[in-house]
Design a protein. Structure first.
Length: 279
């Protein structure tokens, strides 16, 4: 009987340990032997993976590093969860190595017209749940920074949902949308892997050295049961109009008799070359 309770106790400990295991968000998965950039200004470089390890150095935003190896150590701060990475970098004409938390690296970066554009997560905030006002939800805040060297020329912030929406992310430049004084448009996307987990699209207009964030788009669905999809139609797209962009929403839900109920809506925004407002 004593042996039975001992085995039961050990199995319980293993189960609790498995339940408490923390996994990194997919967007913080960086390839080894690939260049990457620092997103968080003043990022600490440590001797070993962990917040208690000695600090060797600090790096500014937009500093390029080389990812050497992913460490299995994982750190969770708010809704941001990432591995530690061993990196190498050049600073003051000297090569150095150390460990950095993956949450301080860019989840995407681009160069356009001589400027660097960095996408990363900045923090987690607590907000009221719009559906259940008495409850609180955790929301990640992302930012896109326009950089000239280590100097920030402009920055816009936006929500990216909870950690469940951070399985996948992209950051791209779109140059084919024709809006007055807009040189190009940046598009940042994050999404989850499971049904019912929302994905977010954030469009950012670039006008000279100024960034203008458009209303955020959200899409979510659950197989053939329901979906909600939002998108923008720009001037050169089908159905677009000059000096304006159109917001479109479509959603579908199946009732208990397997009948589809669809809803559509749209809204036009006037763009004057520097700002937008509802038309």
């Amino acid at each position: 009987m004593k042996t039975f309770f001992t085995v039961l106790f050990l199995l319980t400990l293993q189960l609790l340990s498995a339940q408490q295991e923390v996994y990194a968000n997919g967007i913080f998965s960086f390839e080894e032997n690939k260049p990457q950039k620092i997103f968080t200004d003043g990022t600490r470089i440590r001797r070993s993976p962990g917040v208690n390890a000695p600090v060797l150095d600090s790096l500014q935003a937009n500093h390029q590093v080389m990812v050497l190896k992913k460490d299995e150590t994982v750190l969770k701060l708010g809704e941001r969860t990432a591995n530690w990475y061993k990196i190498s970098y050049l600073k003051n004409d000297k090569n150095a190595e150390g460990y950095v938390w993956g949450g301080n690296l860019c989840i995407g970066y681009r160069n356009k017209n001589g400027y660097d554009f960095l996408l990363g997560l900045t923090k987690t905030v607590t907000k009221k749940d719009p559906q259940f006002p008495t409850e609180a939800i955790q929301q990640n805040i992302a930012a896109v920074r326009m950089m000239e060297g280590n100097a920030v020329l402009d920055e816009v912030s936006f929500e990216t949902g909870s950690g469940e929406s951070l399985s996948y992310g992209t950051f791209m430049v779109e140059s084919n949308h024709k809006l007055k004084n807009v040189e190009f448009i940046l598009k940042a996307t994050v999404s989850g892997e499971a049904c019912g987990i929302p994905g977010y699209d954030q469009y950012i207009l670039c006008t000279g050295k100024k960034l203008v964030a458009l209303p955020q788009l959200m899409s979510v669905g659950d197989a053939d049961v329901y979906y909600h999809h939002e998108e923008f139609i720009f001037p050169n797209d089908k159905g677009g109009i000059p000096d304006a962009f159109i917001f479109k929403m479509e959603e579908m839900e199946r009732d208990e008799k397997d009948r589809e109920k669809k809803k559509k809506s749209s809204k036009a925004y006037r763009w004057d070359g520097t700002a937008y407002k509802p038309k």
